[in-house]
Design a protein around this ligand. Structure first.
Ligand code: HPA
Length: 246
């Protein structure tokens, strides 16, 4: 099958609005089950594949997502370009709730996740280049599409990937800020590196749901607020992708 674009939906994005003629694919992978069925269909005159990273009823926590199976499933269906939509907390002052960022760097603080397809007995060990963790041409397409759609996005930023599912302490975020992180999220890695191992083009649409711990005015981060901000930012995603696909 030719897939023009695959989208991995994060928190708040469990199906692809406007997908016509949808069909579901339960894909068996050598790495086990993906987070759910891959749904393919037509959008903006193109073939799109969609996968809900946490499952369609949000039952898979970030540290238990089978990132390898998810990427493998999309690749085996014929996807060659993948956009990861990720909910994040903003660390940088201009990355407050509802801001959309297309990051250009990653620092990985996760642990205990399978981060490579060569993590299998007998597999050839490969050391892939990851200097630029996202595909620049796809980043540009996202940024240009958002511009054409009249949706503001910030070009660039460093995504710090944490283990979750808990949010971070103020001290952890202060350290991440010193490290150079602009955003914090729980699912950016190992998704990006696994995409690179499969030679998929991959870019991230990071939707800011809240200021990270200690970065905003509130003493505590409210989950209700996170989901309200996320819903607002998520509503912009199909419009960006529609222009990108045209
Ligand atoms: N931290 C980590 N992941 C997140 C956050 C956060 O503050 N908000 C949304 N995803």
């Amino acid at each position: 099958m030719t897939i023009d674009l695959a989208v991995i939906g994060g928190s708040g994005l469990y199906n692809f609005p406007g997908l016509a003629n949808a069909s579901r694919h339960a894909i068996d992978t050598p790495f086990g089950a993906a987070s759910g069925d891959v749904v393919t269909g037509d959008f903006a005159g193109r073939k799109v594949a969609f996968l809900a990273r946490h499952g369609e009823s949000h039952t898979v926590p970030p540290h238990r997502v089978n990132y390898r199976a998810n990427l493998w499933a999309l690749h085996s269906l014929g996807a060659r370009r993948v956009i990861g939509v990720n909910a994040v907390g903003g660390i940088r002052g201009d990355m407050g709730p509802r801001v959309i960022v297309v990051p250009d760097q990653i620092i990985d603080y996760t642990h205990g996740r399978y981060t490579s397809f060569c993590d299998v007995e007998g597999a050839e060990v490969r050391h892939i280049d990851f200097s630029e963790p996202y595909t620049e041409s796809l980043r540009r397409e996202l940024i240009n599409a958002a511009g054409t759609a009249g949706i503001a996005v910030i070009d660039g930023g460093c995504y710090g990937a944490t283990q979750g599912p808990r949010l971070e302490t103020r001290a952890e975020i202060a350290r991440m800020k010193r490290d150079g992180c602009d955003l914090v999220g729980m699912t950016g890695m190992p998704e990006a590196v696994l995409a690179r191992e499969l030679a998929l083009d991959y870019a991230c649409l990071a939707l800011v749901a809240n200021f990270a711990a200690g970065c905003g005015d509130e003493a505590e981060i409210s989950i209700e607020e996170i989901f309200a901000h996320l819903a607002a930012a998520t509503a912009e995603v199909p419009r960006i992708l529609e222009v990108l696909l045209k």
